[in-house]
Design a protein around this ligand. Structure first.
Ligand code: Z5A
Length: 212
């Protein structure tokens, strides 16, 4: 018996845009409406590679910039068999950050081109929908101070935002920009609607390959 596949839905956005909050609400809402849905997040800090990344982000260790970029990518690739299995089983995957964060963060460092940064992630399962939670820096500041992890400075985050803007010029990816400055419920309503539409649209289509 053939099973309708699940959709691969990604949430991206600047720091404190509400990605985690919205991923959780979306999974809950989909489950309540009778659909199979699970959350995934990158980096996945539970694996051996994820632990190296976590230690780097917490500034407990230093890693050369190319090396850490490849580790973030490897952390996605190690999850690909599981992702494919779940999608084939009809489970909708809601993913908190993906390859776009990988490219935006590394290419915000001096000497890294967008193209070089994209390469290791070419061929990953292609998201059916990428929702970018848009929030200006002043609004983000109202949601609390930056944390103590690496990358959590306003200057770096501004450059990351510019890189995301460049990535969103690529129309081969199904980007939707969401105004994240509204209440949690208002943002959720839009995200839920777009997700339900895409789930129905792709259920009989094969999963694509990112950037290839
Ligand atoms: N990184 C990388 O370099 N390369 C890669 O390949 C990948 C990632 C995948 C991982 O951080 C770091 O790794 C990240 C990118 C880099 N570095 N930075 N910066 P993480 O994933 O562990 O944590 P995070 O992604 O930085 O979380 P976040 O961006 O800080 O938060 P968020 O998920 O967008 O927001 P939230 O936790 O849902 O909400 C933040 C607060 O705002 C919280 O108090 C909420 O209650 C509140 N909130 C949320 N929505 C609203 C609304 N609508 N109104 C008011 N308040 C709200």
């Amino acid at each position: 018996m053939s099973c309708r596949r699940g959709a691969l839905i990604v949430l991206e956005g600047v720091d404190r845009a509400g990605k985690t909050t919205q991923c959780q609400k979306l999974v809950q809402a989909l489950q309540q409406s009778g659909r199979a849905a699970e959350i995934m997040r990158f980096p996945d800090r539970t694996t051996k590679i994820g632990q190296l990344i976590s230690s780097y982000l917490e500034k407990k260790s230093n890693l050369e910039d190319h090396t850490v970029h490849l580790l973030f990518s490897a952390n996605r690739w190690e999850m690909v068999p599981l992702m494919k299995q779940k999608l084939e089983q009809g489970i909708n995957l809601v993913v908190d950050r993906y390859a776009f964060s990988g490219v935006a963060f590394t290419s915000a460092k001096p000497g890294f081109s967008l193209e070089w940064c994209k390469n290791p992630d070419v061929g990953l399962p292609k998201p059916d929908l990428v929702m970018f939670l848009q929030l200006n820096p002043n609004m983000a500041a109202n949601r609390g101070e930056y944390g103590i992890e690496r990358y959590e400075t306003s200057a770096f985050q501004r450059t990351v935002h510019q890189r995301f803007e460049e990535l969103m010029q690529d129309f081969s990816v199904n980007w939707k920009v969401i105004d994240a400055a509204r209440t949690i419920e208002e943002v959720h309503k839009d995200i839920k609607l777009l997700s339900e539409e895409i789930i129905c649209l792709v259920e009989n289509r094969p999963v694509g390959k990112l950037w290839s």
